[in-house]
Design a binder for this molecule. Sequence first.
Ligand SMILES: *Cc1c(COP(=O)(O)O)cnc(C)c1O
Length: 427
Amino acid sequence: MSLDTLVQQPPFPSESGSVSSSPFDADNFNAVVMSTYGRFPLALERGAGCRVWDTQGREYLDFVAGIATCTLGHAHPAMVEAVTRQIQKLHHVSNLYYIPEQAELAKWIVEHSCADRVFFCNSGAEANEAAIKLARKYAHTALQIERPIILTAHSSFHGRTLATITATGQPKYQKNFDPLVPGFYHVPYNDVAAVEAAISELDEGDYQVAAILLEPLQGEGGVRPGDVAYFQKLRQICDETGVLLIFDEVQVGMGRSGKLWGYEHLGVEPDIFTSAKGLGGGIPIGAMMAKKFCDVFQPGEHASTFGGNPFACAVALAVCQTLEKENILQNAQQRGEQLRAGLKAIAAKYPHHLSEVRGWGLINGLELKADIELAAADIVKAAIDQGLLLVPAGPKVVRFVPPLIVTEKEVDTALQLVDKAMATVTA
Ligand SMILES: *Cc1c(COP(=O)(O)O)cnc(C)c1O
């Protein structure tokens, strides 16, 4: 099947009458839903491929994909088929019993990564919690460290639970939520000397560095790719000291980078890594993978009621098989190159406003000049007006994370819309 045929027509044409003509009522929404999110003033109602339609029937090109999640876009036939098949068969039973769909998905992951075993949960933060618990237990039981410390990076993002906001190296996510979880220490990203210094300085009394948790490419922190030499040196340090190397692949993994895992860009393998966002193509599922350290958890030591239920696993497996069958990683590489080339041309056209384009595959950032007032959110708003959905990655970076099935024509269209958005914000 060619990628163009995957982009279906909307299942419910706007003439169907299902579309309301009045704007979405945000007041009614906010009267009953907690105000945890700053939302753009639109409500999306349906999607097909890389396109979505709002409640007023307006069409958008979706370069957000549910925040780097809907790898196969919207209403992909393979997902529709897997969802329909599995919900009619069995959707949830708990981990009191063996779940064959879990083994099928785990087998696919093990065969397509450096992992030996998989633990399933429901989100990125939970996958990271599992990795943190595994690392701590390993430190206590195998390394005899009384107070294990996990190093993480400035500008990182690891989730919103208490442990993962503590791991996250951005104070804005921690403010007012203290006391935070002890046992984390932040170092600058892509800086070997800082890691070496932390490992030697923190080795005092019962304290010792037990693990390093990093994103191969920092997503929320501004789309910052990891440095190859840095990661290779860290792998060497970890091999020499026994410190565990943990990668948070929640955003960059599952083909987003044009390779299945972000670590493939760095030429190193982690001891433990996590996945979520793209894994289920938008169906909630998370996973923590370990190489070697598979028997650290004993029965009863870690669990999740929903984790790895037949429904989530069957759909995620369909997503994985489709990535492979339809050669979607290659598309992500080629469309990524096309997108970066186009964004570089736009950056060259607005040298007073835009400073850099960077990324891997289909996770890319357009950075704004630091010394101007324009914010990433201003460009995102102008792009929405043009019919293009984008998402900021911090105050000064506009992020481009379309479905991995995006076509050449759709990337061209998106670039034209970004150019128009830039013209309006700089006018
Ligand atoms: C989104 C994200 C998380 C958190 O995932 P949730 O599913 O929202 O809990 C963790 N790490 C990274 C790198 C992410 O991008």
